[in-house]
Design a protein around this ligand. Structure first.
Ligand SMILES: *Cc1c(COP(=O)(O)O)cnc(C)c1O
Length: 431
């Protein structure tokens, strides 16, 4: 290791704090953090020049690959104009153009108005606060509760975290947040008492990411939309992960022809280049905020509608057209499906494979079908082993996440699955 790498590691261990990380293990003498320094397409390179496929799209953000010339150019051109200006009290052309393009995906519907923020969590936070404020100032002050789905994940700011269904992350904070009830299905929602007190239902449509890639039953989203509409309950879709092509369509709600009341977008919005989020809202809800000062939505962040972020997002949307991303995606989705079946049949350690478009999970269990002891951290170990075979990804418990940039090609998909297979054998032995 050269002097620069040694310095980088000691800076990290002495001064930084990583997300969702046991810092005592991270900073231990024997742990050598992987320093990523370059990217090109679906490949990432570490400080020593080793190359890896970005198998989880840099935590579910990257869409068209790293170092994409069109997105790079758009950001550089914007940088030469101005990097950032306040969206509080001022406007700029790119934000309007981006909001118009987002509305264009829902043309002819009421989903039209966009409020910008920075991250998935803040996109959700906005939707929750808008929902509550709308109810308070529009003669529905009793509707102040939310319903969410068990094992869901909607982000880490307090409001978003109060919806979080993963106890290990959220239970200690739950009493400080919004009143939320959790259900496992639309049937359970229908059976709840006091639905007239519910402001909104929040769901990750089609597939829950953090819940080990849990795919919802077909038709469920449609049924949820019909029921919430009938009950006057807002449907808040968290498409932070599923948005921008991940499930094979631009937005997951399009699989079942659903238009929500709120649509929360982030991760892939800028192609995975810059932090930026959007909360789209029905025009009739927006209109509930018109009038005097007391009706304004008092919410915003310093970097709201960041000019660089908007430039990247517009470029990313253009790349979808230029590269005909969706046309090219179908054969890749089919290939991924075949490869997943192969790994399931070929390895006795693979208990289940789950897939929705280009989002997949490979669940590992003991050969008798019993889950591994969580303390063994099998999923995590398999992902570390996969690095030697040229793949970076993360597991959720013992489910290996496969969520590459949409730009991945067929050979790279095969490489990715081979790396996982080899890593499973390294950690658990043959079959
Ligand atoms: C990542 C994620 C979030 C949170 O987004 P951040 O940008 O990390 O704040 C919210 N919801 C879902 C479904 C996510 O996958």
């Amino acid at each position: 290791m050269d002097e620069m790498s040694r310095q980088a590691i000691s800076d990290d261990k002495e001064f930084c704090w990583h997300p969702f990380t046991r810092q005592s293990e991270w900073t231990a003498a024997e742990h050598e953090p992987l320093m990523l320094v370059k990217g090109e397409g679906v490949w990432l390179e570490d400080a020593e020049g080793n190359r890896y496929i970005d198998g989880n799209a840099s935590i579910w953000t990257n869409v068209h690959g790293h170092n994409h010339p069109a997105i790079n150019t758009a950001i550089k051109q914007q940088l030469d104009q101005v990097a950032h200006t306040s969206y509080l009290g001022f406007a700029h052309p790119k934000a309007g153009e981006l909001a118009r393009k987002l509305a264009g995906f829902f043309e002819g519907t009421e989903l039209k108005r966009t409020f910008f923020s920075d991250d998935g969590s803040t996109a959700i936070e906005c939707a929750l606060k808008m929902a509550i404020q709308y109810r308070l100032q529009n003669q529905e002050a009793d509707r102040t509760e939310f319903v969410a789905f068990i094992n869901c994940y909607h982000g880490d700011t307090m409001g978003a975290a109060s919806l979080g269904g993963v106890d290990a992350f959220f239970s200690r904070f739950r009493k400080f947040g919004f009143p939320v009830r959790f259900v496992t299905s639309v049937e359970e929602l229908k059976a709840l008492e006091g639905l007239e007190r519910v402001a909104g239902v929040v769901i990750e449509p089609m597939v829950q990411g953090v819940n080990q890639i849990h795919v919802w039953p077909e038709g469920m989203l449609r049924e949820l939309r019909d029921f919430t509409e009938e009950q006057g309950i807002f449907l808040i879709l968290d498409e932070v992960m599923t948005g921008f092509g991940r499930t094979g369509k631009m937005f997951a709600c399009q699989h079942e022809g659903v238009v929500p009341d709120f649509l929360c977008l982030a991760k892939g919005l800028t192609g995975g280049y810059l932090p930026m989020a959007a909360t789209m809202v029905r025009e009739s809800i927006y209109e509930g905020f018109l009038g005097g000062a007391e009706r304004a939505f008092y919410y915003g962040h310093s970097y709201t509608a960041s000019q660089l972020g908007c430039a990247a997002a517009l470029a990313s949307l253009e790349v979808f057209e230029q590269e005909r991303t969706f046309e090219n995606l179908q054969p890749k989705i089919s290939l991924l499906q075949e490869a997943l079946q192969e790994i399931k049949q070929g390895s006795a350690w693979v208990w289940d494979v789950r897939q929705c478009g280009m989002v997949a999970g490979i669940e590992l269990r003991q050969q008798d079908g019993a889950p591994f002891e969580p303390a063994e951290r099998v999923g995590e170990k398999v992902c570390v082993a996969a690095r030697k075979h040229g793949l970076l990804t993360r597991a959720i418990l013992d489910t290996i996440v496969v969520m590459p940039p949409l730009a991945i090609n067929e050979d790279e998909i095969k490489l990715m699955l081979k790396a996982i297979e080899a890593a499973i054998t390294d950690e658990l032995g043959e079959k």
